[in-house]
Design a protein around this ligand. Structure first.
Ligand SMILES: C[S@@+](CC[C@H](N)C(=O)[O-])C[C@H]1O[C@@H](n2cnc3c(N)ncnc32)[C@H](O)[C@@H]1O
Length: 318
């Protein structure tokens, strides 16, 4: 659907039936889970933006500062690519730092949250008249082809440490898919949250204002709407803690009582204290991420990190 000559929207969201099978599979399993991609209906996207402004959530502030402080060096490495693709673009805030320096002809924001993506793409289209915006609504955890012919080596951008939501093997497979998409001349700029003091990590996912709690619970609201469910949000509580063995923050919803929930024509039983696993957020050491990038086939690696060593932005090329 074209809404202006320089703004195109491609709509390729996951099929409702596939999503239903995935959600039921997770909730009817012995250890219940919901994929984190279901956080992002419009309300979830708004709540995430709120999270990024919380004092405890150092990730966004630190990554923004790294991008601002190193724009010139990043621009030099990335070169003058005419095609910039962002995975999980959200409000497209971070790409604004790089757009003037890289000056791509085409910017491709990819996100699963369609209304939010459309609004962000519209705003960019108004702000940068010289830029062609081709927004794509799809699920980047699956293999996909770009719905147009690529004439230049693309540069991919994956900020926010969203790579941490994949399992370690899932992250490697994702990097391999990106490497395939950008080819030998292209590259990937990716934000990675680093291992650090457990108290800092636990505070970032348990903010004092309870915004992360609202964000976590909103996933149930999203499922109620999409799959005719009757989850009672006040029947669950938010739980987020660092699992040192796995090297990741794990987020759960914990049932406050024995209860029965209906979803997509199925009955789901919860014991008091039973949990639904909603998110993993893996943290990496520089060496671990370096090794993974290498295994994915990226020969060139450059890294920028803050003075506290809390967050890193990597450029992977070659
Ligand atoms: C943690 S937020 C990061 C947003 C922004 N890139 C940033 O750095 O602040 C994750 C973003 O990825 C999108 N997203 C999550 N899972 C996705 C998936 N499987 N496919 C496509 N987009 C996804 C969400 O809608 C959201 O905008």
């Amino acid at each position: 659907m074209a809404s202006s000559p320089s703004l195109l929207l491609y709509d390729n969201p996951p099929e409702q039936e596939d999503s239903e099978i995935q959600v039921l599979g997770g909730l009817l399993a012995v250890e219940k889970s919901i994929s984190p991609k279901f956080f992002y209906d419009e309300e979830g996207s708004k709540l995430f933006t709120e999270i990024t402004r919380l004092p405890e959530y150092y990730l966004t502030r630190t990554e923004l500062a790294l991008l601002r402080e190193n724009t010139d060096e990043i621009g030099e490495l990335v070169g003058k690519s005419s095609l910039l693709i962002e995975y999980g673009s959200g409000n497209s805030e971070k790409i604004r730092i790089l757009l003037e320096r890289i000056r791509p002809k085409i910017y491709v924001p990819i996100d699963i949250s369609k209304n939010y993506l459309t609004k962000a793409a519209d705003a960019l289209n108004d702000e940068y008249p010289w830029l062609e915006v081709r927004a794509i609504c799809l699920d980047y955890t699956r293999e996909f082809e770009l719905p147009f012919v690529v004439e230049d080596r693309p540069i991919a951008f994956f900020p926010g440490s969203s790579i941490g939501n994949f399992s370690r093997d899932g992250a490697l497979q994702f990097l391999k898919r990106v490497k395939h998409l950008v080819g030998d001349g292209g590259g990937l700029l990716v934000g990675v949250d680093l291992k650090k003091d457990i108290n800092v990590l636990n505070a970032a996912y348990n903010d004092a204002n309870g915004v992360t709690e609202k964000f976590n619970l909103n996933i149930l609201c999203h499922l109620n709407r999409e799959f005719s469910g009757d989850f009672n949000l006040s029947g669950f509580s938010h739980l987020a803690e660092y699992n040192a063995q796995e090297g990741c923050i794990q987020m759960f919803l914990k049932s406050k009582s024995d209860q029965l929930v209906n979803l997509a024509g199925h009955e789901i039983y919860f014991d008091k204290g039973e949990t639904i696993h909603t998110e993993n957020s893996h943290k990496y050491s520089l060496a671990e991420f370096h090794e993974m990038a290498d295994a994915a086939g990226f020969a060139q690696l450059r890294c920028w990190r803050d003075a506290r060593n809390w967050f890193a932005v990597f450029y992977l090329g070659g």
